[in-house]
Design a protein around this ligand. Structure first.
Ligand code: NAD
Ligand code: UDP
Length: 334
């Protein structure tokens, strides 16, 4: 079977993507340094005959034996609180990590797939955002470490395409949520669910009038898979155009958890985008893709997952057959 390599495979999206490619019959090599990911997310793949895991920092050179059909670069801190804590690692994995994985793809004659982000549009002056929009990013603000790393990564990916003829895909992912998110990753969906389940106040930043558009992970991953299999070179937005205010999301989470937590207002982080909503015309036309899962259903699934972690039933929990850092999953460094 063709073999692909996924960086960030122990993360939220990388682990779901690994499952999708294994289900399609691919062999998958997952690479991750576990800086924001967890072995818990891939614990169910222990002993899988078509999955191998390598613990490695892809900001360092990566060599792999044998053929590769695809290299999918998903490694990067992705939650604002993670990349604000890890600014240099974030810039390195977006720049050096992208360069290293592009070099690997070129050496193997593999297709390259870059996980970019709606953050390349920054605090957008065009709404909703089409792929043709160049963005409004503050390069020296705190969020610049992530936004500019991804903008550099896109530029480097296109340079490899134009200079070396590398076959490339670029996805701009909009806010995605679902099971396998870290409860403490600081993103708004995980924060609100964790807080509501613990009976703590839900922390709305600013006045809560800023908007986001939330895509359930199963929808997102189907779009990612279809884009990989397509022939389109150039950025494609993948996200759910269903836009809502952050304050309204807090209300929805509170209703669905059945909790009675108060909502409290905290300062808005610097450069927090005021609006965000994908124009997905390109994905619809090219991939025949659009999200199907309603916010309410996706939130219910995510709440169930967070409950299972809280009461010890979750994957990789102490009572589960695998410890979170199962050595059997790991191979010698490549
Ligand atoms: P995540 O933090 O759950 O996963 C990222 C994974 O990358 C983690 O397992 C982490 O340990 C790994 N990693 C980080 N630096 C690494 C390095 N130097 N070497 C090897 N592994 C490293 O985040 P996620 O939400 O799964 O995001 C995955 C990708 O998708 C990221 O590139 C992110 O920028 C992109 N993205 C995600 C979203 C979203 O809403 N989830 C939105 C836009 C873009
Ligand atoms: N946010 C919030 N409360 C939280 C976490 C986030 O109000 O506990 C807000 C944040 O300020 C932003 C939105 O929710 O406006 C989405 O934040 P997130 O960190 O999920 O991702 P972003 O889209 O900003 O990258």
């Amino acid at each position: 079977m063709p073999r692909i390599l996924i960086t960030g495979a122990a993360g939220f999206l990388g682990s779901h993507l690994t499952d999708r490619f294994l289900a399609a019959g691919y062999d998958v090599m997952g690479v991750d340094n576990l800086i924001t990911g967890s072995m818990r997310n891939i614990a169910h793949l222990t002993g899988h005959p078509r999955f191998t895991f390598v613990r490695h920092d892809v900001s360092r050179v990566l060599t792999v034996e044998g053929p590769l059909h695809g290299v999918l670069h998903f490694a990067s801190p992705a939650s604002p609180i993670d990349y604000l804590k890890l600014p240099i690692q974030t810039l390195k994995v977006g720049s050096l990590g992208t360069h290293n994985t592009l070099g690997l793809a070129r050496a193997k004659g593999a297709r390259y797939f870059l996980a970019s982000t709606s953050e390349v549009y920054g605090d957008p002056l065009e709404h909703p955002q089409k792929e043709s929009y160049w963005g409004n990013v503050n390069p020296i603000g705190p969020r610049g470490v992530y936004d500019e790393a991804k903008r550099f990564a896109e530029a480097m990916t296109m340079a490899y395409h134009r200079t070396h003829g590398l076959d490339v895909r670029i996805v701009r992912i909009f806010n995605t949520y679902g099971p396998s998110m870290r409860p403490h990753d600081g993103r708004v969906v995980s924060n609100f669910i964790r807080q509501a389940l613990a009976g703590e106040p839900l922390t709305v930043y600013g006045d809560g009038s800023q908007t986001r558009s939330f895509c359930y992970v199963a929808d997102e991953v189907e779009g990612l898979y279809r884009l990989f299999e397509s022939t389109f070179v150039g950025p494609v937005n993948l996200g759910n155009p269903n836009e809502l205010k952050v304050a309204d999301l807090a209300e929805r989470v509170r209703e669905l958890t059945g909790g009675s937590s108060p909502i409290v207002f905290e300062p808005l982080p610097e450069d927090d985008p005021k609006v965000r909503r994908p124009d997905i015309t390109r994905a619809r036309e090219l991939l025949g893709w659009e999200p199907r899962v309603l916010l309410e259903d996706g939130l219910r699934q995510t709440i169930d997952y967070f409950r299972s972690l809280a009461d010890g039933r979750g994957p990789g929990a102490p009572s589960a057959p695998l410890a979170t850092e199962d050595a059997r999953l790991e191979r010698a460094p490549i």
